[in-house]
Ligand binder design. Structure first.
Ligand SMILES: Cc1ncc(C[n+]2csc(CCOP(=O)(O)OP(=O)(O)O)c2C)c(N)n1
Length: 274
């Protein structure tokens, strides 16, 4: 793979990933387009610029780790890993998403895709997993950093806050939690179901170094990941304001496209917009 820190290059990769996501979910006839599209810039910036990793040697001990705690957004992770050329993550099989026996299960599953760091999809668990990896790396004296991507609806889970408390208490400063704050959960707007505000203040009060930004602004993401790496003694939380369904006008900020596949007509319209 070709790593790059050029925003233009990263934007071009984001366009490819958005196309993959829409095509995969349309081929499957089910899946989660909205929350996959909102996390594209976050994952592309991580995998193509920030991470220390080797797609040809996915289990290299000193690699950085990514945990997609909001596992239903699996298509964005599959596409990005395939674009990186990860071993065992074939680009030409992306359209087998959600088929029996496919490496691309509806939620990330290490039994089917060994290059993954963890099986996820049961919301609320990923930050605990990531902090365990972070603490293990510190105990082992490894340079590994771990990035955990959470949903905002997911952040209503109590386990997230148990983990948050643990992370600051044990000073797990090699872990970064990124909240994909797109304002929509499964069946409506987060503010109408159980508002999280003031979310950044909550992370601060749990003892995390906290950064708030626009999660589609690659430049801001790059700066935040650098700031997180320099923050010592505390883990970092990035509260990333995003748009659910980003890039497709009729999906943007539309709760319907949380868990509904586009029709063939909708796919054609969506691809024209990207
Ligand atoms: C423990 C658990 N409860 C319920 C679900 C079903 N579920 C899948 S996605 C989702 C909504 C998640 O919303 P959010 O975290 O905001 O994700 P995003 O909007 O970014 O897609 C729910 C409730 C689940 N996967 N795990």
């Amino acid at each position: 793979m070709q790593k790059t820190n050029k925003v233009e290059d990263l934007r071009a990769i984001c366009r490819n990933v958005r196309r993959d996501i829409l095509e995969m979910i349309t081929a499957a006839g089910s899946g989660h387009p909205g929350g996959s599209l909102s996390a594209v810039e976050i994952l592309v910036t991580l995998y193509f610029d920030v991470l220390r990793h080797n797609p040809k040697n996915p289990h290299w001990d000193d690699r950085d780790r990514v945990i997609l705690s909001k596992g239903h957004a699996a298509p964005v992770l599959y596409s990005v890993m395939a674009e990186c050329g990860y071993e065992g993550v074939p680009k030409d099989r992306l359209n087998t998403l959600r088929k029996l026996g496919s490496p691309y299960q509806g939620h990330p599953d290490v039994r089917f895709l060994p290059a993954l760091e963890a099986s996820t999809g049961s919301l609320g668990q990923g930050l605990s997993v990531g902090l365990g990896m972070g603490l293990a790396a510190k105990l082992d004296g490894r340079p590994t950093r771990t990035y955990v991507i959470l949903g905002d609806g997911e952040s209503q889970e109590g386990q997230v806050w148990e983990a948050a408390m643990f992370g600051s208490y044990r000073k797990v400063d090699n872990v970064v939690a990124i909240v994909d704050y797109n304002g929509i959960q499964l069946d409506g707007f987060v503010k109408d179901i159980m508002d999280l505000e003031p979310l950044a203040d909550k992370w601060r009060s749990f003892g995390w170094h906290t950064i708030e930004l626009n999660g589609h602004d690659i430049d801001a993401l790059q700066q935040a990941f650098a700031e997180a790496a320099a923050a010592k003694g505390k883990p970092t939380a990035i509260v990333a304001h995003t748009v659910k369904g980003k890039g497709v006008s009729f999906m943007e900020n539309n709760p319907k496209f949380h868990g509904v596949a586009p029709t063939k007509d909708e796919l054609a319209r969506a691809l024209q917009e990207i």
